[in-house]
Design a protein around this ligand. Sequence first.
Ligand code: APR
Ligand code: ZN
Ligand code: ZN
Length: 377
Amino acid sequence: MDTAGKVIKCWAAIAWEANKPLSIEEIEVAPPKDHEVRIKIEASAICRSDDHALKGQLANLKFPVILGHEGAGIVESVGKAVTSIKPGDKVIPLYMPQCGECHCCKSKKSNLCAKNDIGPFVGLMDDNTSRFSCNGKMIYNFCGTSTFSEYTVANEISVAKIDAAAAPPERVCLIGCGFSTGYGCAVQTAKVEAGSTCVIFGLGAIGLSVIIGCHVAGAARIIGVDINKDKFAKAKAVGATECINPRDFTKPIHELICEMTDGGAGYTFECIGNIDTMISALQSSHPGYGTCVLIGIAPAGAQLAFDPMLILTGRTLKGSFFGGLKSKDCVPQLVSDYMENKFKLDELVTHTLPFAKINEGFELLHAGESIRTVLTF
Ligand code: APR
Ligand code: ZN
Ligand code: ZN
């Protein structure tokens, strides 16, 4: 393309500081350096973690920053030494990279690539510089993805090429975070078995995606738990067999679940980020073999405290990022599976807005009205 090797001027949503609306401004995006890929973003959804970032709840995150990590787009140009991606490829940026060389990438048991920037939030490329600037001021990236921009630059290890030519970017962008996180927790982290009973605490995008994974895995009973009964219809539409509201009962929710499931569920999932419901989820899993998976992100500094007898009696407590899925390997397959209607995904998108209305999208999230708002470019 004739923009290859040149600086591109385009619009991006800049978070200049925490707790302020995003500001849509013209930025300069430098060409990709060695092992880097410049992507024209076509769609990006707003995830709860973008909101955590914007509220200043992620320790170490530096401002100004371009947020966004749930996107899909087309490769505009590539830097030197890029082998797996070429201009014109349809891609999904990956906040969890897959370098293929670190201990976790080499292990079959993990997807936690050492090159991820979740936690340190360095916000720079490998050479410790940024490809983004606005009026000469350097702007940090977010988890190496920064999809709230018309153009972004990502390392090749943080980009999955998706084959399906017809894959709609305004749907498959969800495979970049929310969908894969929940779905993967069911099929990969927990490895839900057919015929089992699963309990999902929290029926937002993550909880619904867990339900979709449990359903695909053949779970016999899928029990959704939420304090907002308005979430039940959608949960049932994607596969929940029953839904309960803890506020309708006086007894602790784990006692009710253990009664409903003849002693506890085979698999429980916490998709809220609340310490109390994490312990309820563990207590709701069956002694001897139950597995409890933590997905929700607790407030910074929160600590879990529970009776170790819960573990000694044979329950397993687990957690993962990105559903435990090796990102670069699994994302293309998930896109193909979606195109073959192997699972539901469209139900997660409640709103679609033009990119310029990104702050409205955050307001919908705050009001609890949206599951996912997708921004189109
Ligand atoms: N008991 C049951 N349900 C609850 C409770 C509670 N105590 N508190 C909140 N909920 C429900 C809310 O009503 C909501 O439907 O949990 C759901 C959470 O959904 P969202 O806020 O939409 O969150 P989601 O985007 O699904 O993410 C869940 O995973 O990735 C992390 O940062 C994310 O911590 C968050 C979690
Ligand atoms: Zn996310
Ligand atoms: Zn790695």
